[in-house]
Design a protein around this ligand. Structure first.
Ligand code: ADP
Ligand code: MG
Length: 738
């Protein structure tokens, strides 16, 4: 029997309407197992966003550092979550989607101490009862990955070998295809995409060392895009916008008294300047995104009592408890938790918030005067805020989440970069804001003025006229497979495989974008302005290492001084046309955003500054712009990081030689000296991050942007940038013959 479990209309009507004449007790029968499973699955996966949450948790449990989500039709057609985690073993694929198969729990006691996020082995199984599930995965050291499809808890056929990039990709298609009532309800209601975006924003501000992105199928750019960082405030700024981040206060409470409660809490809470229609409460308990109604109500009460005009706060809170003190199993989707000693904890947090708000409220008078002139403010103050109508400030509006994520290319502060930290000093904030207003006004007043310079137009025309049409077709329509080595990416286009030099390609893309954005750059603010002479000295010393020359220090200082002077003279032009800001003291403090969502490798700043001094021809306008654009292009290109790649031969670099004294140097290093256990961990970590970050940018920023903007010049057809490595048709023929 295969009726729709949610739609009683389809059931046998006689069974539902009791017959008053010969009334016999209705027969009890066992429901079909598939129906039982579908009911259970429908509870775990209530809507598309719940599937996304389970998949994200699995990816985080797999130690991923990058997770990207693709959604079609609000998740009903397609949800695809790709991560770069440890992958799934081939042997485990056959039972992966059976109910209660998990790698995280083996006995009941484990439930009490489990630290990872999901643990009941139900999520994936559930998805197979209500959608079509395809898993592609590769584990470390494997040459290829495997792909398997699942239905009703079972794998449909042997896993097929396939090409795969590091990690796991799980695809759920046609969710609720067999629950027509639910599908209809979901189709009628506003779709789940905003909910999914909201969910990912929440994950992003907690797991700040993970890159998250989320995109609608067919859309060119991501709606959420967070880059791993060490500053939570930076991530909040990038995800929720500067107007949220600038109105937050840090808060911490802890208690270590076994007789009442043991917990640690840290987080950010909004101040009196943050006015919104709804409370935003992002709560993680033991790294799990949950809801706790009691705590939320307690916080709402404090705000209403202390800051009536700002009574709908933004709260991010992370609470750590001994795992045995929480029960996450009260709810099938593990959303609502209950805590041991809940009242005590809630009360402690409540009073900490209250005193924080009272203290900040005393210094509030001047804050209220401040009008934020930034053009990208996403929260407007209530018009009635000058009158004393206490809580009627609901005219104020909060911009929906999908508008608060970084989508505005004119908003320098609304984006996050690993290196970028807008300085907290109010002075600097003031001046950079002023600069951004100025440039916004300039753009509005005369948007085409500067781009009308004939020299720039000529350079852009040259790009267009030397564009190679076949390469353009490849760039637009290829799929990125992965990096073949440090420089070449493997691409598939129709039935051909190509190796493409990402350094050359990115250099050219950046060059072209500099010319297209000429005089209209948003800014990357450097957290520490860097003095030009020091940068140039660094670059000169680096150069000397490479060429083994030995110019003396005095000479180098002289060169540095002269170059600094020259660049300072050109500062106004560099700022106005290229967004490179050099302050009157000769410090480099801002760089242009050439490609949205991308910051260059800051290790290359010295080389870049030296290039400005040495390689730019300042005499002829057109050549000057061209050489500056080329210098920026070279700086922003996706070069291999300066630290050697630890996953290749470069690993040696990080192994310590135990008995080495500084004088002995590298020459004395023999294989025996290397103690394999002694590794420069911090350096190694830094290198791993740099390489992972670069690979992520290549896949998620470079290739999508090239598809949109790059016009490959004819020279690329012959200079080794593209190399055809195989024709799949020929390979198939060879396989057929075998
Ligand atoms: P649970 O997470 O509760 O263990 P799930 O059904 O969500 O149950 O997942 C089952 C198992 O599949 C997990 O325990 C894990 O071993 C494996 N798994 C799921 N997703 C991934 C992933 N993205 N990367 C690696 N392993 C995964
Ligand atoms: Mg799970």
């Amino acid at each position: 029997m295969d009726f729709d479990i949610e739609n009683p209309d389809q059931m046998d009507v006689e069974e539902l309407v009791p017959n008053p004449i010969h009334r016999e007790p209705p027969r009890i029968h066992r429901l079909d197992e598939a129906v039982v499973n579908r009911i259970a699955a429908g509870e775990v996966i209530q809507r598309p966003v719940s599937a996304v949450k389970e998949l994200l948790e699995n990816s985080i449990d797999a130690d991923s550092s990058s997770i990207s989500v693709l959604v079609k039709d609000g998740g009903l057609k397609l949800i695809q979550v790709s991560d770069d985690g440890h992958g799934i073993r081939y042997e485990d694929l056959s039972i992966l989607c059976e109910r209660h198969t998990t790698s995280k729990l083996s006995k009941f006691e484990d439930l009490l101490s489990i630290k990872s996020m999901g643990f009941r082995g139900e999520a994936l199984a559930s998805m197979t009862y209500v959608g079509h599930v395809t898993v592609t995965t590769i584990t470390k050291g494997q040459l290829h990955g495997y792909r398997a499809t699942y239905k009703d808890g079972v794998m449909e056929h042997e896993p097929k070998a396939c090409a795969a990039v590091k990690g796991t990709q799980i695809m759920i298609e046609n969710l609720f295809y067999n629950m027509s009532a639910r599908r209809k309800t979901l189709q009628n209601s506003a779709d789940d995409y905003p909910k999914i975006v909201d969910l990912i924003c929440r994950f992003a501000i907690h797991h700040i060392s993970v890159n998250f992105s989320c995109r609608k199928h067919g859309a060119a750019r991501a709606d959420v895009h967070s880059v791993a960082t060490t500053s939570r405030l930076d991530t909040i700024r990038s995800v929720y916008g500067v107007s949220v981040a600038q109105n937050l206060m840090e808060i911490e409470v802890s208690e270590d008294d076994p007789s009442s409660s043991i917990f640690e809490m840290d987080g950010f809470i909004s101040n009196s300047n943050y006015i919104a229609k709804k409370i935003t409460m992002v709560l993680f308990i033991n790294d799990r995104l949950v809801e706790c109604g009691a705590l939320k109500r307690a916080i709402e009460i404090v705000y209403a009592a202390t800051l009536p005009k700002a009574s709908k706060p933004f709260i991010y809170m992370s609470i750590k408890l001994p795992p045995e003190h929480i029960d996450v199993n009260v709810h099938p989707t593990k959303r609502e938790v209950s805590l041991l000693n809940q009242e005590v904890i809630v009360e402690k947090i409540q009073s900490a918030i209250e005193s924080k708000l009272r203290n900040s409220n005393e210094s509030r008078t001047f804050q209220e005067q401040r009008v934020d002139p930034s053009p990208s403010v996403s929260i407007s103050m209530s018009k009635g805020s000058s009158s004393h109508s206490s809580s009627s400030g609901s005219k104020s509006q909060k911009v929906p989440v999908q508008k608060m994520v970084r989508t505005d290319s004119q908003d320098p502060a609304g984006r996050l970069h690993g290196y970028l930290q807008v300085k907290p000093s109010s002075q600097l904030q003031g001046s950079s804001r002023l600069a951004s207003i100025r440039s916004a006004i300039r753009q509005r007043r005369n948007p085409r003025e500067t781009a009308d310079l004939t020299s720039i137009q000529e350079l852009i025309r040259e790009i267009d006229s030397s564009c190679h049409s076949e390469l353009l077709d490849i760039v637009r329509n290829c799929s990125y497979i992965g990096m073949a080595d440090d420089v070449f990416a493997l691409l598939q286009h129709n039935t051909h495989l190509y190796l493409a030099n990402v350094v050359n390609l990115s250099k050219e893309l950046m060059y072209q974008q500099v010319l297209r954005r000429f005089a209209h750059f948003s800014a990357i603010q450097l957290s520490d302005p860097a003095p030009l002479p020091e940068l140039i000295m660094l670059a000169l010393k680096e150069e000397e290492l490479n060429t083994e020359g030995d110019e003396n220090n005095d000479l180098k200082e002289k060169i540095a001084e002269m170059n600094t002077e020259m660049i300072k003279q050109k500062a106004e032009m560099l700022e106005e046309y290229f967004g490179i800001h050099i302050d009157p003291n000769g410090n480099l403090s801002r760089l242009p955003i050439v490609l949205d969502q991308y910051t260059p490798d800051m290790d290359r700043v010295p080389e870049f500054v030296l290039c400005l001094g040495n390689d730019v021809n300042w005499d002829d306008e057109k050549i000057c712009f061209q050489t500056i654009a080329a210098a920026i292009g070279n700086f922003y290109a996706l070069h291999p990081p300066l630290l050697p790649n630890p996953s290749g031969d470069g690993m040696q670099f990080y192994q310590r030689v135990p008995s080495r004294t500084p004088e002995e140097g590298d020459a004395s290093k023999s294989a025996d000296d290397v103690n394999k256990d002694e590794v420069e961990h911090e350096l190694l970590l830094e290198a791993e991050n740099a390489w992972a970050q670069r690979e992520w940018s290549i896949q998620h920023v470079l290739f999508p942007s090239m598809r949109l903007f790059l016009k490959p010049p004819t020279s690329m057809a012959a200079n080794g940038t593209f190399v055809k490595v195989a024709s799949l048709e020929k390979l198939y023929k060879i396989f057929e013959r075998c």
